[in-house]
Design a protein around this ligand. Structure first.
Ligand code: ZN
Ligand code: CU
Length: 478
């Protein structure tokens, strides 16, 4: 065969977690991978010699809020420059489709955009819009429980009625039939907090029917975390659907050090039920401003505020001092808005990252004017800081957490591994050099050490260069 591209002499980290090996990797005209032994050559239109560099499957960002930006900003430089080739949208109970908004998007759907961005009443509308936009990354989408609630309920601060649950089921079923990969919930947020376990269980029955997955931003990540984990398992078990706990963390100073008991409980429960979780490699979280998370025990940084945009980039306690009011009053005055909460202990972050069922997800917020650095830096930070510098895990394991493990959990067929016949989503990097550049004070910087990113066999990024017409595809449930 005459290949399109031959990448010669790379150290292959194949995504399965097994040892690194030397090989040549060829990309077929159809955009799939062919692994060739290092001493054999092959004919190709383009030959790239990469002696000493590492080649891995493209990274899968399992936790994103990229729903609208894959359409409005198809270059997706903050993701592809990290080596990300696939994003999962619709996390934390909020998806941009299927949605029919009556007014402004309720919290936290406002993380995805403004009223005019919610223009996909059916899941198929969204799928078509993504394909028309030609994003540089592949996209697979969950359906958000809060989004379904906003379609059928006039008031989100109560449980749904039987009739409303039936309507949500119908909408969810249709979206799953059209290719959504599962259901997400965001039970900690006020707009879903009043939903009892039974409401979510009814929806999970639909997920089971179609072979999808259930992901959850749990009821709480603070003191009640063990009960919240139990609720998450009970809900997923109800439909016998695989469970993914989103951005697993022990939040709040009172909760620091509890990752050990959290992981013990999870290990026990996951013996009888399929489980994985995702985690971003930072000890600060970020979301909308939440009065329930206002505390003087840790720093809170304001990233945006609709009524006070001039306060973006300031600490909440400085703003409160300046205004001569309490932290809580200042937070309320800034809403709606966004914040970074320095609410975790580094030891807990390490324990959770290291856990064998933990995948990497950025949880980046692309529309935030002052985004948490995870938006640009999550994946290189795992490889540079946690793997190379701290030795928290070896390179095959680190790569597995962002590729093979993730593709398996989210059932992305023929992705996440360097193997014959798999889609040629590939990242070429220098393991000595790779590092995240984005920081809390300068968050919009591409990482160092990423030398090439291929999506479906098309070179889509190299330092300083971004593809014009992206090669990403919408991945429907398979
Ligand atoms: Zn969340
Ligand atoms: Cu999220």
């Amino acid at each position: 065969m005459n290949f399109k591209t031959l990448i010669r002499g790379a150290n292959i980290v194949d995504g399965s977690g097994s040892d690194i090996f030397r090989a040549n990797v060829a990309i077929t005209p159809a955009g799939t991978i062919s692994v060739i032994s290092p001493d054999k050559s092959a004919k190709a239109d383009q030959i790239i010699d990469v002696d000493g560099l590492y080649l891995a499957p493209g990274f899968i960002d399992v936790h994103t809020h990229d729903d609208t930006v894959v359409i409005s900003n198809p270059g997706m430089e903050y993701k592809i420059s990290q080596g990300v080739t696939t994003v999962i949208t619709g996390n934390c109970g909020i998806s941009v489709s299927p949605v029919r908004l009556k007014g402004n998007p309720p919290n936290p759907m406002n993380l995805l955009g403004k009223k005019e961005d919610f223009i996909y009443p059916e899941f198929s509308d969204y799928l078509e819009a993504v394909n028309r936009a030609n994003p540089s990354v592949n996209v697979a989408a969950l359906v958000g429980h809060t989004s379904l609630r906003s379609n059928v309920m006039d008031d989100l601060f109560r449980p749904a009625t039987k009739a409303e649950i039936d309507q949500m089921r119908t909408e969810l079923r249709r979206a799953l039939d059209e290719g959504a990969i599962g259901l997400s919930s965001g039970l900690a947020y006020d707009s879903a907090y009043e939903a009892p376990e039974a409401e979510v269980k009814a929806l999970v029955e639909e997920v089971a029917r179609s072979g999808g997955i259930y992901t959850t931003h749990m009821r709480t990540e603070f003191d009640g975390i063990l009960d919240a984990i139990t609720e998450a398992f009970d809900t997923a078990k109800h439909g016998s659907v695989p469970l993914v706990i989103s951005h697993l963390k022990c939040a709040g100073a009172a909760n620091w050090g509890r990752s050990i008991e959290v992981l013990e409980l999870i290990s026990r429960k996951s013996k009888s039920h399929p489980f994985a979780c995702d985690c971003y490699p930072y000890s600060a979280s970020s979301s909308t401003i939440d009065p329930g998370q206002v505390t003087n025990k840790n720093d809170i940084f304001i990233t945006w505020s609709e009524p006070h945009p001039e306060k973006s980039g300031n600490m909440l306690d400085d703003i409160a001092d300046e205004w001569g009011i309490s932290l809580l009053d200042a937070a309320r005055k800034l809403m709606p808005g966004g914040a970074v909460y320095h609410c975790m202990s580094e030891d807990d972050v390490k324990n959770i990252l290291q856990y064998k069922r933990t995948m990497i997800g950025s949880d980046g917020l692309p529309l935030d004017p002052f985004p948490h650095p995870r938006l640009w830096g999550a994946f290189p930070r795992v490889l540079g800081h946690y793997c190379r510098e701290l030795g928290l895990f070896d390179l095959p394991e680190a790569i597995h957490k962002m590729t093979g493990l993730s593709a398996g959990e989210f059932r992305l067929k023929n992705r996440g591994l360097i193997a014959d016949g798999f889609h040629a989503d590939l990242v070429l990097f220098d393991f000595d050099e790779i590092r995240d550049s984005a920081t809390y004070s300068a968050p919009k910087l591409p990482a160092d050490g990423i030398y090439g990113v291929w999506v479906n066999g098309i070179l889509s990024y190299k330092p300083g260069w971004l593809i014009e017409k992206g090669a990403g595809r919408f991945i429907t449930r398979q």
